[in-house]
Design a protein around this ligand. Structure first.
Ligand code: CMC
Length: 392
């Protein structure tokens, strides 16, 4: 087939050009719209970073205020939409609930689905940014049988989400400002990562001119896998299993090196980074800060640090350039904040949302966009004669 290139996993294939995110995997560099991630994390809020990703420039004070107000105007869910949450089993994983709910937004907002109408794309952008935190917290509230809280738009984006998640109607809820700040930073760190699995999915679905809700809903599913966003949940399960086994990090690493079926060092390795993930360095510091404030230290932090220490000194990992990625330490922070393990990947989705939206918008406005349609190498049977069923 002449000009067809075989590239499983798209390791060497650029499927688009993009102005949004720059990664130099060998040097461990990540920039959004030219700004280094370690400058943004801690200095720019999540909504500010979202604005940067989606519109291309850091907002002025007035622009950020206007964007924040627009988002706050749309944080409520339609009353009929709420019935949705009762339709799932109580023990449902919140990722498929989130994906289904995002998909369902397209049934409630049928007037704004045209990918080529910029006003409709704008209102869909705002609705997604506003409603995904509400959906995420309602998925959690339903799973524990607590009433759903209306958004409180006098609070910041993250404060409002934390209150909807952990607050109850009968009592006031004071968000721990240190937790809110760390969560905001973690969302910034997850906000975009160029053509990763879920973002490529969003672009691919959108390249067929499916609407923004449909595309993002597919992205949520793509993110759920343990090799992608689901890794933060898988890391905590791994640390828990090591702890239950007596806390022997070295013996777990031996099993990884022996390539035992299904045993990987979760939270390690990356397709693009062949150096320390710059996000992981920031997360590790945040984990140490947050966990040192806890009344009771989490023994899983020690296990994680021990695992990292052993791996970074071991030729198996060194020769393969395997370093901790963004999700090696995030789960420990989420756990300290009180999130159940099942919610970890939902938090990743909350963070990645502006990246998905920005990439979808860039794709739809790019005159070079074509429907995504990979080729294949056919390795099946050559032509053969049909055998009627009674003769098989
Ligand atoms: N533990 C043990 N061995 C590993 C790991 C790991 N976490 N990651 C890669 N390897 C080995 C792999 O077995 C292979 O060895 P060999 O050359 O002997 O066959 C070599 O390293 C190269 O790995 P690969 O699987 O070809 O690399 P990839 O680019 O296809 O996969 C990855 C990247 C992230 C899926 C993979 O490193 C992995 O499975 N990591 C664990 C899951 C994880 O933490 N995922 C989160 C990624 S960061 C958040 C996000 O963006 O989603």
């Amino acid at each position: 087939t002449g000009h067809v290139t075989y590239d499983p996993g798209f390791v060497n294939t650029a499927a688009c050009s993009s102005k949004i995110t720059y990664i130099d995997g060998d040097a461990g560099i990540l920039r959004y719209r030219g700004y280094p991630i370690d400058e943004l994390a801690g200095k720019a809020s999540f909504l500010e970073t979202s604005y940067l990703l989606i519109y291309g420039e850091l907002p002025t004070t007035d622009q950020l205020a206007a964007f924040t107000e627009k988002v706050q105007l749309h944080t409520m869910l339609h009353e009929d939409f709420k019935r949705f949450f009762d339709g799932f089993p109580r023990d449902a994983h919140p990722m498929p609930v989130l994906s289904s709910a995002v998909s369902a937004l397209s049934t409630f907002y049928q007037d704004s689905l045209d990918p080529f109408d910029s006003d409709q794309v704008e209102i869909s952008t705002v609705r997604l940014m506003a409603k995904v935190p509400t959906i995420a917290s309602y998925a959690y509230k339903t799973s524990i049988g607590q009433p759903l809280l209306y958004p409180d738009n006098t609070r910041s984006y993250v404060d409002n989400f934390l209150r909807m998640t952990f607050g109850v109607p009968a009592a006031s809820y004071d968000v721990d400002p240190a937790f809110a700040k760390v969560l905001d930073t973690l969302l910034v760190l997850h906000a975009d990562h160029e053509q990763n699995c879920s973002t490529s999915t969003v672009r691919l679905v959108g390249s067929g001119q499916a609407n923004l809700f449909a595309s993002v809903s597919a992205g949520v599913h793509a993110l759920s896998g343990p090799l992608h966003g689901g890794a933060n949940e898988a890391v905590l399960q791994m640390l828990g299993a090591i702890q239950a086994d007596g806390g022997d990090a070295a013996s777990f690493v031996r099993r990884v090196k022996a390539k035992e079926q299904g045993v990987k060092l979760m939270g390690f390795g990356h397709r693009v980074y062949k150096n320390y993930d710059p996000r992981a360095a920031i997360v590790k510091q945040a984990a140490q800060d947050v966990l040192s404030r806890m009344a009771k230290p989490d023994p899983l932090l020690d296990i994680a640090m021990k695992l990292e220490e052993i791996a970074l000194a071991d030729d198996f990992f060194v020769s393969r350039k395997l370093y901790p990625n963004v999700d090696f330490y995030t789960g420990l922070i989420y756990k300290a904040m009180g999130f159940p393990t099942k919610m970890f990947t939902v938090l990743f989705a909350l963070g990645r949302l502006p990246g998905w939206i920005a990439q979808w918008r860039e794709m739809i406005n790019d005159p070079e966009t074509k429907i995504g349609r990979p080729r294949q190498l056919y390795v099946g049977s050559p032509e053969r004669e049909f055998v009627p069923i009674e003769k098989r």
